[in-house]
Design a protein around this ligand. Structure first.
Ligand SMILES: [Zn+2]
Length: 272
């Protein structure tokens, strides 16, 4: 089990589980090192491993000893070390993601129980707010989320990071932790490996769009000069003439540079 799977497993089991069940895994050590899990006190109940009933039984402390009662064997003592509870440290987890993404609008306490606002990312189309919501499996989970974010600033885009379930609350998008994060197996550091803005549906910003702005008029101009037999043989000379004519025709447009025009002439001539 890798560190992320282990973390997800512990998040799903919201109640505290025994350290003894997972502490032998290498990933457990990594999560401890990164403070992504914490050991607090002892569990309140365990499954009896003394008899063949596998019944759940309450942990008690009596006569300076921890243990539990079994119908067949009476009081069964247990070493405290076997009963240490472990749980995910969502506060540390949320902070690590917010640090990694340099989020703004961070919040260091939960909005409600296990629902957190990690923070928001800026995009050219508006903020992308990131929430942590461990379960989005049942209608009640959606209701819980909606009530937790009632007073939140509305963002045009959002991601609900979850561990189980695929329910969603539009316009926000649900993404499983297991699909967008990785946890370093040695240091336990959380790394976001996917582009959350893209997943949230932020439209791609047009980059390198400027050449297209003059492609059409420049192409028309080349065709016009050719139809009038005015095309110059030299590539450089033709580019200069084109540039001058482009400027005259489109005095208010930003004129492409000479190398760009020359490149375009080459493209047209090579038929590409
Ligand atoms: Zn028993």
């Amino acid at each position: 089990m890798n560190a992320l799977d282990l973390f997800a497993t512990l998040v799903i089991q919201r109640c505290r589980v025994r350290r003894a069940e997972y502490s032998s895994l290498p990933a457990y050590g990594a999560l401890m090192k990164a403070s992504l899990i914490e050991e607090i006190g002892v569990v309140s109940s365990i499954i009896c491993d003394e008899c063949s009933q596998s019944h759940e039984t309450r942990v008690v402390y009596q006569g300076e000893q921890y243990g539990h009662y079994c119908p067949d064997f009476g009081f069964v003592s247990k070493a405290r070390s076997e009963l240490i509870a472990t749980q995910p440290n969502l506060s540390a987890f949320v902070a690590q993601i917010a640090d990694g993404l340099t989020c703004k609008r961070r919040k260091s306490s939960p909005l409600d129980k296990d629902i957190w606002r990690i923070g928001a990312l800026e995009s050219h189309a508006g903020d992308v707010v990131i929430y942590m919501c461990p379960s989005l499996q049942h209608a009640q989970d959606v209701t819980d989320f909606q009530s937790a974010v009632t007073n939140e600033i509305k963002s045009p885009f959002g991601i609900m990071l979850t561990v189980q379930g695929t329910l969603t609350v539009p316009p926000y998008v649900t993404a499983r932790l297991q699909d967008v994060l990785s946890i370093d197996p040695i240091t336990g550091t959380v790394v976001v490996i996917e582009n959350l803005c893209t997943i949230a549906g932020v439209p791609k910003q047009r980059t390198g769009g400027r050449p297209n702005d003059y492609r059409k008029p420049l192409g028309d101009l080349i065709a016009l000069r050719a139809s009038q037999g005015r095309t110059l043989q030299g590539r450089n000379a033709e580019a200069k003439a084109l540039q001058a004519e482009f400027k005259a025709q489109h005095p208010n447009a930003k004129c492409p540079s000479l190398p760009t025009v020359r490149k375009y002439v080459s493209e047209v001539r090579s038929g590409s």
